[in-house]
Write a protein that binds this ligand. Structure first.
Ligand code: HEC
Ligand code: HEC
Length: 325
């Protein structure tokens, strides 16, 4: 039991503490560069058909050379899979499907087209490929590292270089796994608020238990709760409060059919997001970067579809900040 607790504590610390992560896999040029790389974007997919819809699609292509080890290939597959978990759609068009284009965001260096380099950011794995020498002089990392090179292979397109399979493992199983859960959960949480405002309690209750919905950045929050004294008590308190509100109080408020109570409870949960992300008088700011407007702003699209005003969720301690200013 002790050992399990120790492992959980360790994993959780890794989720929240930058220097420790840096000890394992260095993130360059900033310790948050892997968080703020534009992996995804919003676009209209299936254009020209009745299915056309605004969705999150991959904005980065995973690229590597044939001569790399099987271990690195496994991480490449993991990265592409996690990008798939995060996005809504591969970004397909009828034309691409008809011309039998590859839909997964993964490619061998020799089959990469010039236009791919201009259209996407590139996640470049390992050194045994045709592109490494083009960015080598700009890389400063040593050992296992991830480094973002601005305008790496094309103007206006960044390259995220992944040095080896250890760094690849981190990217797939820590960073992108977290992003996929956090964003899916975030969008579902916003939808949940909208459903409560519209009085659709059955759909709201369904959302609470749907594995694709309200988990928010709950994964690290749940991990944090297992780590006892190694996490700041204030953060632990916010994490516990958030989980109690989302998974207990909100459920009973929805079951009781009391709209005012459900809405107040939901807003209480939103205050915990703000506490950890922005900091308050009692709680430090635990999220060390401003999220990117491209993917984060998709929640505004959801809100608009429900015909909501920003101020229905954002007021007082939940005022709009970050990229919104
Ligand atoms: C216990 C603290 C805590 C609570 C409560 C919390 N978060 Fe987070 N959240 C974080 C931290 C820390 C990060 C940044 C993790 C990292 O370093 O990548 C984060 C990141 C995120 C991200 C990803 C941002 C990005 O671009 O990578 C989303 C989305 C998110 N949280 C949504 C929510 C929502 C919605 C809620 C409320 C329902 C919430 N979080 C509650 C601590 C918290
Ligand atoms: C149904 C509720 C809801 C509506 C409506 C809504 N938002 Fe949000 N918004 C949220 C939640 C929940 C968060 C907290 C997640 C987080 O901090 O990452 C948030 C966070 C934000 C952030 C914070 C970014 C940061 O620094 O973390 C911005 C900016 C933002 N919203 C802009 C808007 C704008 C602009 C509108 C109107 C077009 C809008 N929102 C409408 C629920 C909503």
């Amino acid at each position: 039991m002790k050992r399990i607790a120790a492992i959980i504590a360790f994993v959780s610390v890794l989720f929240f503490t930058f220097p420790l992560w840096a000890g394992a896999v260095k993130i360059l040029p900033e310790s948050t560069s892997d968080r703020t790389f534009q992996f995804v974007k919003t676009a209209s997919t299936f254009l020209g058909t009745p299915l056309a819809v605004n969705a999150l699609i991959p904005n980065a292509l995973v690229v590597m050379g044939k001569a790399e080890s099987p271990n690195l290939f496994i991480e490449a597959a993991g990265i592409a899979y996690m990008l798939g978990q995060w996005t809504h759609d591969p970004g397909t068009s009828v034309k691409a499907i008809r011309s039998r284009d590859r839909l997964a965001p993964i490619s061998i260096d020799t089959s990469l087209k010039e236009e791919d380099i201009h259209r996407h950011n590139i996640i470049l794995l390992g050194k045994k490929n045709a592109y490494y020498r083009k960015i080598r002089s700009r890389l400063t990392g040593k050992g296992s590292f991830i480094q973002v090179v601005e305008d790496g292979l094309a103007n206006g397109r960044d390259t995220l270089f992944v040095s080896d399979s250890k760094a690849g493992f981190y990217l797939a199983n820590r960073r992108l796994f977290f992003k996929s859960g956090a964003y899916r959960g975030f969008f579902s949480f916003v939808k949940l608020g909208a459903l409560i405002m519209k009085g659709d309690f059955d759909a709201a209750l369904f959302d609470l238990d749907d594995p694709q919905a309200v988990r928010s950045c709950g994964k690290p929050v749940i991990l944090a709760m297992g780590m006892g004294s190694s996490v700041p008590v204030e953060m632990l308190a916010v994490a516990k409060k958030r989980n109690r509100i989302v998974f207990k109080d909100l459920r009973s408020a929805l079951k009781s059919g009391d709209k005012e109570l459900a809405l107040t409870t939901w807003k209480g949960a939103m205050e915990t997001c703000y506490a950890c992300h922005q900091g308050t008088a009692d709680v430090k700011k635990y999220r060390k970067f401003v999220p990117l407007g491209e993917e984060h702003g998709y929640h505004q699209h959801i809100a608009e579809q429900f015909g909501l005003e920003c101020s229905q969720c954002h007021s007082g301690t939940r005022s709009i900040v970050g990229y919104g200013n």
